[in-house]
Design a protein around this ligand. Structure first.
Ligand SMILES: *Cc1c(COP(=O)(O)O)cnc(C)c1O
Length: 419
């Protein structure tokens, strides 16, 4: 079911007209659909309902409290990568014993905080991190349950900037070195070996990379058990892709689950997953207004009031976002445009050579599939205010983050006493 649809030519989120929200909060803004969000979580959860599984929503995809709380009520755990995300997860009602701490450079302070609140699992990224965790856990008189995040040397076939499972990636421990590090972990005080984890990348649109990576990780689980380790949980990360344009057909959660369940049958592990994009990506749009049309000898530009600071994915990952009108124009004329934002950067381009309706100044447009890595990656470059986020549920909508004011923007800076 799609919850961003047209009624009499007007784009709606569930039963609320996007134009109405735009009138109320101004543009640009993010708009999320509760029904879509909940549906995506349930589809994933139901795909694993016949096996023990914990679904830890990857907060970095979208860490608004209202989004996390909606998922918490559905029983989601959290995959976090910083103390800030642990705090956000707890504040939204996710219990500590459903939180897994991934993240490449956990600081002493972050580890200490995670131990104090009693999270479920630390996913270890390096030998020195393991040693630090053991030290801090001794001092705090706590036991840290760990997985080592292994790199199975599988290329997810995704964009280079979101590939994490290959030998040259900064993430994880090479799978060949994992047995020795597990041996060390088992010998360290206040460390409890419980799990193995991997996360090979994001926006993966085929099953083969998962199949290959998970087979290698499962072989490792068997080797570790043979060496006397207790492996009760298997954390298979996130990364399942979503369709950004109509032509893509990534595997469904059910197809993904079939592969996983086939591989893990009789393994006797609780499965853990860390989906982010899959849950929230298609549950959000970014709404923007056309500022001007500009024709140069070489191209025609559609200049909109959203910029790369609001949605950086096209700039950072060459990502494709479908661009649709909020009100379907009467005349069905189309031309080829470059869609650009107002930021003073050549890279502030949302789409090149896109065939679009001929919009006019003041028209509203929407970037689809902007729920993941949209608002959470936004910033104030060019002294642009952080944009509002709106959550729709049925016929209601609520502002879940206000537009930052200029006063707030400037008040973040502090003057030294000599000025
Ligand atoms: C980013 C990330 C995820 C979520 O990835 P998606 O592609 O959004 O599902 C999960 N686990 C880890 C460790 C991550 O870094």
């Amino acid at each position: 079911m799609e919850h961003f649809t047209y009624a009499q030519g007007n784009l709606q989120a569930e039963d609320v007209s996007i134009a109405t929200i735009a009138e109320s909060v101004g543009t640009p803004f993010y708009c999320y659909s509760t029904a879509t969000l909940v549906r995506h979580f349930r589809v994933f959860k139901e795909a694993f309902q016949d096996v023990p599984a914990l679904i830890c929503y990857a907060l970095k995809a979208n860490s608004n409290q209202a989004i996390i709380k909606t998922l918490a009520k559905e029983g989601a755990g959290a995959d976090v990568v910083s103390e800030g995300e642990i705090r956000r997860a707890l504040a939204a009602g996710i219990p500590a014993n459903k939180i897994v701490f991934s993240g490449m450079g956990k600081t002493i302070q972050e580890i200490t905080y995670a131990l104090e609140v009693g999270i479920l699992q630390f996913n270890i990224e390096s030998e020195s991190e393991l040693e630090a965790l053991s030290h801090i856990a001794q001092r705090k008189n706590k036991t840290a349950e760990i997985a080592i995040r292994v790199t199975p040397d599988v290329d997810g076939g995704t964009h280079a900037k979101i590939t994490t499972g290959t030998k040259i990636s900064k993430f994880g421990i090479d799978i060949s070195q994992a047995p020795a590090l597990y041996q060390k972990a088992a010998s360290l005080p206040n460390i409890a070996v419980k799990s193995v984890s991997c996360h090979i990348g994001s926006q993966i649109t085929a099953l083969e990379p998962f199949q290959k990576a998970f087979s290698r990780v499962i072989d490792l689980v068997k080797d570790l058990r043979a060496a006397g380790h207790t492996i009760e949980r298997l954390d298979l990360g996130g990364g399942l892709g979503i369709p950004y344009d109509g032509d893509q057909t990534p595997p469904t959660p059910a197809e993904y689950a079939a592969v996983v369940k086939n591989l893990t049958r009789n393994l006797g592990c609780t499965l853990m997953f860390e989906p982010g994009r899959l849950i929230v990506g298609n549950a959000g749009i970014l709404v923007s207004r056309v500022i001007s049309l500009k024709k140069t000898p070489a191209r025609e530009f559609l200049v909109v009031d959203a910029g790369m600071n609001d949605l950086v994915r096209p700039t950072l990952y060459d990502a494709f976002h479908e661009i649709v009108p909020v009100k379907i124009p009467k005349a069905d004329t189309r031309r080829t445009f470059d869609v650009v934002g107002p930021v003073c950067e050549t890279g502030d381009v949302f789409a090149r050579d896109r065939v679009l309706p001929v919009f006019e100044t003041g028209d509203l447009i929407a970037f689809r599939s902007a729920g993941a890595y949209g608002a959470s990656m936004s910033n104030t470059y060019n002294s642009r205010q952080l944009v509002p986020e709106v959550l729709v549920k049925g016929g209601e909508f609520s502002v879940i983050r206000e537009r930052q004011t200029y006063e707030q923007l400037i008040a973040q800076d502090k003057l030294p006493n000599w000025l």
